[in-house]
Design a protein around this ligand. Structure first.
Ligand code: AMP
Length: 175
């Protein structure tokens, strides 16, 4: 079912000053709670353009798990979680990246993807692009081919695409 972007957008709630002052948090829980709109979101995310065939979908903790796992299921491919430090049980590769204040790390199991795998990154929001760029670094470090990065929303005023110059980036909604 195709949903008008304005319908999806009406189910994303702006929460000012969360989790800290100056941030307008995009709360997707109303969208998660609406069955037909959620199905349409996943179908449309899964249909966004990529550079090549998708063997695995990678989701970034935590909301990227919700969207990414559903997209992987819809496409009939495997799902790979990228997690915050010390959450994954097996051996990991790690990459650190800068945030507005301080730094963060993402980890991936060493055997999650391999050379020749076409990988699609999925997350809820593309903001500054630092998180997605870290995911690209992890995936390429493991020999995978990043065939795209698909987002529910893109905060275009933060120009996250600049951090992903050689990745096919697509989003359903642009703010
Ligand atoms: P960035 O690395 O700046 O592109 O931030 C992207 C990550 O932070 C994503 O995993 C988002 O879930 C989260 N994020 C950033 N900004 C927002 C926002 N305004 N509302 C909700 N989540 C956000």
């Amino acid at each position: 079912m195709a949903y008008d972007p304005s319908v999806l957008s009406s189910l994303i709630r702006d929460i000012p000053d969360f989790p800290k002052p100056g941030i307008m948090f995009k709360d997707i829980t109303p969208l998660l709670g609406d069955g037909p709109a959620w199905v349409a979101t996943i179908e449309q995310l899964a249909a966004l353009p990529t550079d090549g065939p998708i063997d695995r979908v990678v989701g970034i903790e935590a909301r990227g798990f919700l969207l990414g796992a559903a997209v992987a299921f819809h496409l009939g491919v495997g799902f790979v979680p990228l997690r915050k430090p010390a959450k994954l049980p097996y051996r990991t590769n790690s990459v650190s990246y800068s945030l507005e204040y301080g730094s963060e790390s993402l980890e991936m199991h060493v055997d999650a993807v391999g050379p020749g795998d076409g990988v699609l990154i999925v997350d809820d929001v593309l903001a500054t692009g630092g998180t997605a760029a870290a995911a690209v670094q992890l995936l390429r470090g493991a020999g995978a081919t990043v065939v795209g990065a698909s987002f529910l929303m893109e905060l275009s005023f933060l120009d996250g695409r600049a951090q992903l110059p050689d990745v096919s980036v697509a989003s359903l909604l642009t703010y």
